[in-house]
Design a protein around this ligand. Sequence first.
Ligand code: NAD
Length: 473
Amino acid sequence: MRMYVAGQWVDAEKRIEVLNPYDGSVVDTVPRADLGDVDRALAGAVRGAKTMARLPGYDRYRILKRAADLIEARTEEFARTLTLEEGKSLAESRFEVSRAVQTLTLSGEEAKRLHGETVPLDGAPGGAGKLAFTLRVPCGVVVAITPFNFPLNLVCHKVGPALAAGNAVVLKPAEDTPLSAIKLTEVLLEAGLPADGIACLTGLGEEIGDALTGDRRVRKITFTGSRDVGERICHVAGIKKVTMELGSNSAVIVMPDADLEKVATAVAATGYSNAGQVCISTQRVLTSDRIYGDFLDALTPRVAALTTGNPLDERTKVGPMIKEQEAIRVEEWVQEAAAGGARVITGGQRQGAIYAPTIVADVRPEMRISCDELFGPAVAVTRFESLDEAIALANDSIYGLAAAIFTENLEWAMQFAREVEAGNLMINWGPQWRADLMPYGGLKESGFGKEGPRYAVEEMTELKLVCFHLGTR
Ligand code: NAD
C-alpha cells in the first residue's frame, strides 16, 4: 500500500514489511517515510487546518458519519485486515470494527455541539458593563501517534475527534500495523474529507517521531503507546498541548464475598483477549486469602479452555502475540517468577509467537510479572488479608489506568472507588471494559488527558475569551 502525504498517495524508496504475526508471512509492504515526507505532511496539514477550520460543523458531521457507514458496510474486509496485521481473533477484529463505527459516529455528533458559554463578568469587581463569552476553536495541526494493538479503533479515537473539532491530522500508525490506518484514510477521503484534512505517514517512530512531535507547526499531539515513548515525546514536544494514553499493570481485587464464578468468567475474558495485549488487561489478581484456593479452582478450567491457534480460524480464542520476541519476553518473566517461588497453575508454554494463556499464583509484588507492564496472556495472582492491604497493593504501581473489585459490599466498593488511584474503576467486572463514549484515560504514569469523543474534542480545541466593553446603562 502507499501512504498519504500532502494530498497525494505516495511511495518511498525504502519499504516496511507488514508481517502476519501468526506465520511470519508478508501481508503487504508500506513506504518507510523519511524526514522529507514529515516536512511535506506538516506543510500540507497547515493548509489543511485552514480548510478544516472553515468547514461547517454539519459538513464535518456528514463526513464522519459517512465514513462510519462505509466501514460498517466493509466490516469483513476491515476485520480480516486487522487479524492479518495484528493477530487478534476474527471475532475480536469484528468487534473492533463495530467499535470503530461507534467511535466515528460519536465523533461526528460532537462536530455539531462545539460551543462556548457566556461569562457573567458583572460578578467581578469592575465587571459592570462587560459582556464576555468563550469560543471553542480547533488547535490547528494535530499529530496522532498510535500503537499496534488496536490498529483501527484507537486511530478512530484520535482522528474522529480531531476532524470533528475542525483540525487537520497527521497520523503516524504503528509500524507493525499500518494497513487499517491506511484503509481508514481512504474511507475518510471517499466520505468527502478535504484532501489536506489528513495525512497518513507510515514509518518508524525512532526515525520520524522527533521531527513530527518537535515541530512548531504542530499544536496538539495525541499519543497512545508505551510509557517510555510517551515520556520521550513529552520531552521533545516543547510547548504544545499533549494527550498521553500509556500503559498499565491493572489490578483486580477479589473480596471474600465475591461471586467466584463471575470473577473467574471476568478474569478469563479480560486477562487474555488480544493475547493480553490490551492496555487495561487484567494483570494482577489480588485475592483474599479466605477464598484464594477456591478462586484458583474456578479460574483454572476457564483459562485452560481458551483455544490458541491461527486467528483466522473461527475456533481460535487467543491468537499470537505481535512478535515472537514479545512471547519470549512473557515466557522469561513467567519463568523468572516461577524460579522465585511462584506457581504456574496452567499454561506456561510457548510455540513461536503464541504464548499459552497462563495463570501464575503466589506472585510477590516485586516480581516483574506484577510490577512491570506484562502486556501478554498471563495473570499474576497474589493473596491479601484486608481491603486496606489490597488497595495498598493495587496502588503500589507507577501506573493508574484501570482497576476492578469484586464484592457485594457497598462500603467496600466505595472505599475502592475513592482510594484506588486509577482512571477507570470497575465494580463486579474486570478492568478491561470500555464503552467508546465514556471518558477514558489514566492517572499517574498511565498518562493524562481523556479520550472518548466528547472529552477528546475538548483536548483537541482551544478556548478563546471574547469580551465586549459596553457602557454601564
Ligand atoms: P510503542 O510506544 O512502542 O509505539 C507506539 C507508537 O509510537 C508507534 O506508532 C511507534 O512508531 C511510535 N514511536 C516510537 N518511538 C517514537 C518516538 N521517538 N517519537 C514518536 N513516536 C514514536 O507502543 P506499542 O508497543 O505499539 O503499544 C503498546 C503500548 O501501548 C503498551 O504500553 C500499552 O499499554 C499502550 N497502550 C495504551 C493504551 C491506552 O489507552 N492507555 C491503549 C493501547 C495501548
